[in-house]
Write a protein that binds this ligand. Structure first.
Ligand code: NAD
Length: 480
């Protein structure tokens, strides 16, 4: 049995508690590693290590910090296969997805911010004969990064890389449900020669480690991705401490399919946006609204596509649908399927747990599930399910579909399918959504602002927004 360790002050160390938590492989239901069950003592040691590293790290030229981040990116690329296998084992996602999306993106996160920090210039405002103002952006100091289980290394590095690039030192906590690649990252950081204490990784539960990190007075900011309820709790805890917060929270994303779209592309991409990673991506479009004129052809083609989504062992190349992340999450998603029946939905496909044979007999597999006939205001269409469950709903007018699309408490991402450019822009601007894709989905340019409106979050990640978040502006005004 592998015992993971914390990464504190440049060393791999056991938790102060001496306690460990089981790490379960979702495809088998078996424990495959033990993770440190750390507490506030470990967080305090990590913050001390980060504080010690800070004066040197923040003064390094951006080029030198960047060189180290690019080196970490190269090591992730070198170990792509090992990391993809680990991510798949830990999360239940198909190894093909981890190999093509999760791990390459983790490498890109370090490469992107390693170089972006070198182009992050100060602003000056010059009033001839009056004054010169220039704005310096100082690293915030020691910051905390807390990430979820659905895209483990991808989202963990999406926070850590800009923080380090900006000159901050970091105490990071991965999800206790999927800690494995974060542990492998600590080994790669040691190999890359990242100075001791610049990045510290403390494993454990949200209530013990996450809470201690949010409460620690020396931690200047928290960058958090996770559920809206947890985000609300963090905001409540951090507000009296005047910590800077970036909150990337839940979603209930609409997918608007107009009759003039390219139907085959809309269907193919909607299958991905519904079921990629077993629907466990915050950007998945779980409410599909289809203009009535093409409702039947869309439905037929979509259901044919769903029937071809093989549920199986995530390690097998033919597998399109792996396991859900945990038994508790599977139970939650099944309860929403039950609710969909109670709310009067008509089941078009799936709806059942899948029992595989052999190695995966104890795994948490679920059929990709499609319902129709559910009103937009019902709970299944309002609450985040975060699993492979989508609803199909016909619409008649643009105003009607916009009303429904905007009717939830969330506002993370939306997708529009149309060939009418004017409509695409009009609808995009009317959607209460931080991210809008037109005729595509999950197309990401790391320079763009990323984040949600309403209860989907506060602040934006990505590009210069992330570097701004991890820095404190100081304006200097010189009289001329
Ligand atoms: P979660 O909120 O349960 O946990 C997220 C992280 O917060 C974990 O590391 C957890 O240990 C930690 N945590 C829990 N309680 C804490 C506390 N009191 N203080 C500090 N940290 C605490 O979320 P999850 O179940 O891991 O992830 C799924 C959720 O994440 C979904 O709602 C999904 O939409 C959201 N998500 C959002 C985005 C985005 O970019 N907006 C991306 C991915 C996932």
């Amino acid at each position: 049995m592998h015992f993971l360790q914390n990464y504190v002050g440049g060393q791999l160390v056991p938790p102060a508690t001496g306690q460990y938590l089981p790490n379960i492989e979702p495809a088998t239901g078996q424990v495959f590693a033990q993770i440190p069950s750390s507490d506030a003592t470990d967080v305090a040691a990590a913050v001390r290590a980060a504080e010690q590293a800070l004066p040197t790290w923040r003064q390094l030229p951006a080029e030198e910090r960047g060189r180290l981040l690019v080196r970490i990116s190269e090591l992730i690329e070198r170990d792509l296969e090992r990391l993809a296998q680990a991510e798949s084992q830990d999360n239940g996602k198909p190894v093909s997805l981890a190999r093509t999306v999760d791990i390459p993106r983790a490498a890109s996160n370090f490469a992107f911010f390693g170089t972006a920090a070198q182009h992050f210039a100060s602003e000056t405002h010059f009033q001839e004969g009056v004054a010169l103002n220039y704005t310096v952006r100082h690293p915030l100091g020691v910051v905390g990064c807390i990430s979820p289980w659905n895209l483990p290394l991808y989202l963990f590095t999406w926070k850590i890389a800009p923080a380090l690039a900006a000159g901050c030192c970091v105490v990071a906590k991965p999800s206790e449900i999927t800690p494995y690649t974060a542990f492998l990252l600590s080994e790669l950081c040691m190999e890359a020669g990242l100075p001791a204490g610049v990045l510290n990784i403390v494993h454990g539960t949200g209530l013990a480690v996450g809470q201690a990190l949010v409460e620690h007075p020396s931690v200047k900011a928290i960058s958090f991705t996770g559920g809206t309820a947890t985000g609300r709790h963090i905001a409540r805890t951090a507000a009296p401490l005047f910590k800077k917060l970036s909150l990337e929270l839940g979603g209930k994303n609409p997918n608007l399919v107009f009759a003039d779209c390219n139907l085959s592309e809309a269907v193919a991409t909607s299958l991905r946006s519904s079921f990629a990673n077993q629907g466990q991506i915050c950007l998945c479009g779980s409410r599909i609204f289809i203009e009535r004129a093409i409702y039947e052809p869309f439905k037929q083609a979509f259901l044919e596509g769903v029937a071809a989504l093989t549920v199986g062992d995530p390690q097998e190349i033919a597998t399109k649908q792996g396991a859900l992340v945990s038994e508790a999450h599977l139970t939650k998603v099944l309860s929403y399927i039950e609710l969909a029946h109670q709310e009067g939905g008509k089941l078009l496909s799936g709806g059942q747990r899948v029992q595989l044979a052999g190695r995966c007999a104890g795994g948490y597999f679920l059929q990709p599930t499609v319902f129709e006939g559910l009103p937009p205001e019902c709970r299944v269409n309002q609450e985040e399910i975060f699993g492979p469950v989508v609803t199909l709903t016909p619409f008649d007018t643009e105003a009607e579909v916009l009303d429904w699309a905007n009717s939830t408490e969330y506002g993370l991402a939306a997708t529009i399918w149309t060939r009418d450019l004017t409509r695409a822009h009009r609808v995009a601007h009317a959607l209460q959504s931080g991210i809008v894709w037109v005729n595509t989905w999950l197309h990401r340019d790391l320079r763009t602002p990323f984040g949600g409106m309403k209860n989907s979050g506060v602040g934006r990640e990505g590009g210069l927004e992330a570097l701004r978040f991890f820095t404190e502006p100081q304006n200097v005004c010189l009289k001329l």
